[in-house]
Design a protein around this ligand. Structure first.
Ligand code: NAD
Length: 265
């Protein structure tokens, strides 16, 4: 039985992961962390997720929980991730980072932590998106460069980062397929920006209602469009992928990993 600690335990993903872990088995929570100001502090993790009590109280300190953990899952906020990385590296506990919107600071901290622990950064833990990334890379490599690449994503009204971590990962996969540097070709938003420049990878974002997550990548040339896409209708799909990644990470040696590593094994 793998022992896991959940950071961001009181959030939407925290609840979905708690529920999925109960129905799947093979992993049990030995600790749960949320923000010091969270109204959920002191609540039982299971009760907060609408289940029977699990005997794990949601607290605000990660470090004391790490001696009893085989793996940590972070689904919180970008500003939290640096501290999670540092604490997991110090305690030698592998870490799954599902939190999106990471900046340069967090990515550098991940590189550093990955020297001593296994770190898997997954902006999207679903099986479908993991496969979609590979399909997009291949399509971008196979199609001539006059096929314009545009990425669309839609999420619920509460989502904080934009474009989504998944949309950016899809853009990186497309740029990689074309042998281009992502930062040279990415146009993250358009507003009165004039005609499209050759080679650009453009992003469009929708925020509305309770949309769980939709992504599409369009390759468009004169006379045809190829559209590769993914629609998530239930957060459980991310939760199940997160649990598969956590089980895979426990006991894994130090290094940086992706969901593709989980899928390919
Ligand atoms: P949410 O806002 O519902 O939950 C985030 C939780 O983190 C909240 O309970 C918040 O109180 C908590 N938090 C804030 N500061 C904290 C701190 N210092 N320590 C511990 N917890 C803290 O958001 P959500 O929809 O659950 O999404 C969480 C993250 O996961 C986002 O970055 C989102 O984009 C990402 N996400 C990833 C995937 C994936 O497949 N990887 C899927 C969905 C969402």
């Amino acid at each position: 039985m793998i022992r896991a600690v959940l950071v961001g335990a009181a959030g939407r993903m925290g609840r979905a992961i708690t529920v999925a872990a109960q129905s799947e088995g093979g992993l049990r929570f030995t600790g749960a962390v949320d923000a010091a100001r969270s109204a959920a502090l002191g609540t039982d993790l299971g009760v907060h997720a609408g289940l029977a009590p699990l005997g794990v109280s949601i607290g605000s300190e990660l470090a004391p929980l790490l001696p009893c953990a085989d793996v940590v899952m972070d689904f919180s906020q970008p500003a939290v991730v640096g501290e999670t990385l540092g604490r997991c590296a110090a305690a030698r506990v592998p870490l799954l980072v599902g939190t999106t919107g990471l900046g340069t600071e967090q990515l550098l901290a991940a590189e550093q932590a990955a020297r001593s622990i296994a770190v898997l950064i997954a902006p999207n833990t679903s099986l479908g998106v993991t496969l979609l990334l590979e399909l997009v890379r291949r399509a971008a490599a196979a199609l001539p460069t006059d096929y314009d690449i545009e990425i669309f994503e839609a999420h619920h009204r509460e989502k904080k980062d934009a474009p989504s971590g998944t949309a950016l990962a899809l853009g990186r996969a497309a740029a990689q397929g074309r042998g281009r540097d992502f930062d040279d070709v990415a146009v993250r938003s358009r507003s009165g920006s004039g005609p499209r420049q050759p080679g650009e990878i453009g992003f469009a974002v929708q925020r509305a209602g309770d949309i769980v997550g939709e992504h599409s990548v369009t390759f468009a040339a004169a006379g045809e469009r190829l559209v590769l896409g993914h629609v998530a209708t239930d957060r459980a799909v991310f939760a199940r992928g997160a649990l598969a990644a956590a089980r895979w990470l426990a006991g894994r040696h130090a290094g940086r990993y992706t969901m593709a590593d989980v899928l390919s094994s």
